[in-house]
Design a protein around this ligand. Structure first.
Ligand code: AMP
Ligand code: DBH
Length: 577
């Protein structure tokens, strides 16, 4: 019935409850507060390939009712029940939240794949959780016909049903469910309401609500079990720190399934506060700036490359229309509704940080978070230097944070070391991954983040590097091992090593060093990209560059020396410049 996961020790559970951090309410609670007629979601993304660009509006009543109607359908017609897992892959459209809360109402446990995920990622999630239902969209190339669905079905013994947002020949449609249910709506609402009343909230809220995704550093993407209690706390505390009210108009332009726009404080924080979420298909600056003006958006969450694009777009339009150096931030566009831009997911440079408030005319907040839990924020009343140069401090006093050296000893304030943490909303283990858990959690339950940071005497963190085998491509995380393993399956490749290389817009891009089996090889970047695509990995994981070398430099323990490889590629890039 429930999903197994590594629990917090009992004495901490009581402490978290006593302090009012864990309130024993399920996540369905998040959407109860907003007034019936208040707009909860404005969806600007296209629902299907044929849909017009008209924006769709959903009130809190719609969100509550449609998620109940869908829940009723899933239970009655597809037999979905408590503890069942469901694989979901939706773009930035309102249905993402309707589906999410429908599943929460049933106690079904979703994995929300990113829309950029491809065959390999979906196969892996499917194998790990054995879902009973897949919910997706045929705007994704994998679901334009039923070929991949058929394959997924073979792979997952429990997978019986496919539900797409739009009408298709081979799957049921959410759209039809919601439209057809008009006659049975009252009955559906009552049934789901009765079902909710029967559930023991106290018990339910301590259990796994859904799986978050880890950027990872291993061969297979790891799943993160988040409970109602811990996630709900993280959302409420984030909403408090960001001072959300029911007047908030939040722009969700990052992938909605990502932990950051979902919970830091994200759309869920906004629902909890009774505000409105505006969904954009992507952070593309012109469209987003148009939305900010049109809807008088108050807040948006960005990753550094998106922030850079917005600032560049505004600066160039300002210099085109106003040749004097002293322009008003809203001189060209009416952006005065904006109060807060959050930037997180990857390191923000001091120089870009300073341009953000200048150009957008609003406050900046830096966010250092992770789907595993811990989130750090700069506070709204912090001094400018802190906001520009740090990635904030933990959101609550029970977040335990240590900065440690290679052997696990704490370093002194101001010195660099690995960030390790535990607390009321940081997981104690990945799902079903005992071996990996032994590597990244210690006996005390501390999570070793792989982030190299400095902490000042006030507790503020500044990210200075990384000690995990991961590339952070402008906020999109790539586990090196996953790509390397695939490359190694290529018949002409002997060794491969994926490392980061500096990039002006993305911060980092990925470079694959390849040792071919034969000296007289005919391997080419184009061919290797094609090869990886045929293996169905997400596009953002495909190396931006390939370097062919005779041997890999090794460390003294015989592993590829990635420090040296990063140096080699940096030097090459410098020379090319
Ligand atoms: P994930 O575990 O996939 O959720 O990714 C979380 C990781 O993203 C963190 O452990 C950091 O490596 C990185 N990250 C998130 N926010 C920031 C930030 N503001 N600055 C630098 N790195 C960040
Ligand atoms: O990068 C992240 O995973 C992230 C960044 C900011 C995150 O999970 C979050 C805030 O909650």
């Amino acid at each position: 019935m429930t999903i197994s996961f590594t629990r917090w020790p009992e004495e901490l559970v009581s402490q978290y409850r006593k302090k009012g951090y864990w309130i024993n309410k399920p996540l369905t609670d998040l959407i109860l507060k907003g007034d019936d007629d208040k707009v909860a979601i404005v969806c600007t993304g296209r629902v299907s390939a044929h849909s017009t660009e008209e924006h769709r509006t959903f009130t809190y009543r719609d969100l509550r009712e449609q998620s109940s109607v869908l829940a009723y359908f899933l239970a009655q017609n597809l037999g979905v029940s408590e503890g069942d897992t469901v694989l979901v892959q939706l773009p930035n459209i309102a249905e993402f939240y309707i589906v999410y809360f429908a599943l929460m109402k049933l106690g079904a446990v979703p994995v929300n794949a990113l829309f950029s995920h491809n065959e390999r990622e979906l196969r892996s999630y499917s194998e790990q959780v054995n879902p009973t239902v897949f919910i997706g969209s045929n705007t994704h190339k994998l679901f334009s016909d039923d070929a991949f669905a058929t394959e997924l079905k073979k792979l997952s013994p429990n997978l019986e049903h496919f539900l797409l947002v739009e009408v298709s020949e081979w799957a049921m449609s959410i759209d039809t469910v919601l439209t057809k249910a008009i006659e049975t709506k009252q009955h559906a609402l009552e049934s789901i309401f009765a079902m909710q009343l029967q559930r023991d909230e106290h018990t339910v809220s301590g259990e796994v609500a859904f799986f978050q995704l880890s950027g990872g550093s291993t061969g297979t993407p790891k799943l993160i079990p988040r409970t109602h209690n811990d996630y709900y706390f993280s959302i409420r505390r984030s909403a408090e720190i960001c001072e959300l009210t029911s007047d908030e108009r939040y722009l969700c332009a990052l992938p909605c399934a990502h932990n950051y726009p979902m919970s830091s404080p994200g759309a869920f924080g906004v629902f909890w506060a009774g505000g409105t979420v505006y969904m954009a298909p992507s952070p593309e600056p012109q469209a987003c700036l148009d939305l900010i003006e049109k809807y008088r958006i108050t807040m948006a969450a960005l990753v550094p490359p998106a922030a850079a694009m917005w600032v560049d777009a505004l600066e160039s339009s300002m210099s085109a229309s106003n040749s004097s150096a002293s322009f008003k931030p809203d001189g060209v566009r009416q952006l005065d509704s904006l109060r807060l831009i959050q930037v997180g997911g990857a390191k923000l440079s001091d120089s870009l940080a300073r341009r953000i408030p200048q150009t957008l005319g609003c406050q900046l907040q830096q966010v250092l978070g992770m789907a595993e839990g811990l989130v750090n924020y700069t506070r709204l009343d912090d001094d400018i230097e802190t906001i520009m140069t740090t990635q904030g401090r933990p959101m609550c006093s029970l977040d335990e944070v240590k900065v440690v050296d290679e052997v696990g000893n704490e370093v002194t304030n101001g010195e660099a070391g690995e960030l390790v943490t535990r607390g009321p909303y940081t997981i104690r283990g990945y799902y079903n991954a005992p071996e990996h858990n032994r590597q990244v959690f210690d006996e005390g339950g501390f999570y070793y983040t792989g982030d190299l940071v400095r902490q000042d005497e006030r507790g503020y963190l500044t990210v200075v590097g990384r000690d995990k085998d991961q590339i952070n491509r402008g906020g999109e995380k790539i586990a090196a091992e996953e790509v390397e393993n695939l490359l190694l399956k290529h018949e002409l490749i002997m060794h491969s090593a994926l490392v980061s290389m500096p990039d002006k817009t993305m911060g980092e891009k990925s470079c694959a060093f390849i040792v071919p089996k034969l000296k007289t090889h005919t391997l080419k970047s184009v061919g290797l990209r094609k090869y990886l695509r045929t293996h169905g990995i997400a596009d953002y994981k495909i190396p931006d560059r390939f370097e062919f070398i005779d041997t890999l430099p090794l460390t003294h323990v015989g592993k590829p020396n990635k420090v040296m490889l990063r140096q080699i590629i940096s030097e090459r890039l410098n020379k090319e410049r």
